[in-house]
Design a protein around this ligand. Structure first.
Ligand SMILES: Cc1ncc(COP(=O)(O)O)c(C=O)c1O
Ligand SMILES: [Zn+2]
Length: 395
């Protein structure tokens, strides 16, 4: 293992990677694994990696798992890049989508949970709890089921039906909660210590980020080590963006790429706390977004923990932040489907943000832009209506 320590992203306090960790004991900051990157660069190269199988575990030297026997896998493929037709992305000329819906459980959350469950298995954890808008809990339930762990999923009652069913049939104990993910978190926090559950909340442990890093590694390799100029990522809690950014930074330090792409987050106008904080030049969120409401459940996070880190990722990469309406999201889901692309509402928000960006001059038409389509539409077809009477054949 090439891990040197785990460091607080706020006060730089260091922790042992061999201990079970949540957040910084001194300041509550998010913890991030640190690697001996010089040694990684001696052990592997871009060239040697070419001969390894293209799966999520290919960059194992940059993951925190000590022994391969602890890896809990459901078969994680490289997700494909799909070129998007000009008609969808006018006036932009070079736009690809990374289709994360191909992963187990149909979303990118599988990446974070594959690493989290593997590392927790290594550390002897057997019982976990998570507050979630749905997809993160489903991914944790799937990997937990694979590892034989007890998973407690705290989910808002109005979360997408499929994700609730997923958690239940995967064997998780489902706790449905009135209100939002913040209410789910409050209930879980009340119960977790008395039951001895490990808190797998977004940004409150260092393990999930490590899984999301693999998106950066795959993207860099798929772009032949010249990653796109900009990436649009749908953002709720911010963990995906933080992981993506961390992965690219490690590649820059390894000397394998020159620069981290600009990171542009997409949120919903019904819940856009990070977009607002970014444009107000705030370093951190000061208050929760009031009356959060959007069809994109994963983006309905009124008060993300460690918001300073997502904002840092956007600023350090010279990125931006764009909010789009639910109508624009639905329209984008439909246009993507017309091109054969399966995008859930969160994922479709990236295309809506690209279209909206024209108003703000965020991109040059020639820039190489990548949309991270974080999940499949298969769980959300109920959001698209069809009049069956009109389809009935009169022949
Ligand atoms: C499909 C999908 N995309 C994006 C997000 C947002 O991810 P994050 O919370 O890491 O910002 C979520 C969160 O649940 C999600 O389910
Ligand atoms: Zn700290």
């Amino acid at each position: 293992m090439y891990v040197t320590s785990v460091k607080c992203s706020k006060c730089e306090q260091e922790y042992s990677p061999h201990n079970l960790l949540t957040v910084c004991k001194d300041c509550g900051g998010a913890l991030l694994f640190q690697y001996h990157l010089d040694k990684v660069a001696e052990a592997i190269s871009k060239e040697t990696l070419r001969y390894r199988e293209s799966t999520f575990w290919k960059f194992k030297e940059l993951l925190p798992i000590t022994s391969p026997k602890n890896i809990v896998s459901l078969g994680e493929p490289y997700t494909p890049l799909l070129k998007l037709p000009k008609s969808l992305v006018k006036p932009f000329k070079n736009v690809y989508a990374k289709d994360e819906g191909r992963l187990p459980t149909g979303t990118f959350k599988a990446r974070g949970m594959a690493v989290t469950v593997s590392k927790l298995k290594e550390l002897g954890v057997k019982r976990l709890a998570i507050p979630s808008a749905g997809n993160a809990a489903a991914a944790l339930a799937a990997y937990g089921a694979r590892a034989g762990m007890e998973v407690h999923a705290f989910i808002p009652k109005d979360a997408p039906e499929t994700t609730i069913k997923e958690c239940f049939f995967l064997g998780a104990k489902v706790h449905l909660v009135d209100g939002l993910i913040s209410n789910a978190a409050a209930l879980m926090n009340k119960l977790k210590d008395q039951h001895g559950w490990f808190d797998a909340s977004t940004n409150k442990q260092p393990y999930r980020f490590e899984g999301y890093k693999a998106m950066a590694f795959e993207i860099a390799e798929q772009y032949n080590w010249k990653p796109p100029d900009a990436i649009i990522f749908p953002t709720g809690g911010g963990e995906g963006v933080i992981g993506l950014w961390k992965g690219f930074k490690e590649l820059v330090e390894l000397g394998w790429i020159n620069e981290t792409p600009r990171i542009i987050i997409a949120q919903s106008t019904g819940c856009a706390p990070l977009v607002e904080a970014f444009h107000k030049r705030a370093n951190e969120l000061v208050k929760p977004w009031p009356n959060a409401q959007t069809i994109a459940a994963g983006l309905r996070v009124p008060s993300p923990y460690a918001s300073y880190l997502t904002l840092r990722a956007i600023r350090e990469t010279n990125g931006n932040a764009i909010a789009v309406s639910d109508e624009e999201i639905i329209q984008s889901m439909k246009s993507l489907l017309k091109s054969g692309v399966y995008a859930c509402p969160e994922a479709a928000a990236t295309l809506a943000a690209l279209n909206k960006s024209v108003e703000y001059n965020v991109f040059d038409p020639d820039e190489r832009i990548l949309l991270c389509l974080t999940g499949t539409v298969m769980k959300n077809f109920d959001l698209l209506t069809v009049n069956k009477d009109k389809l009935s054949s009169n022949h």
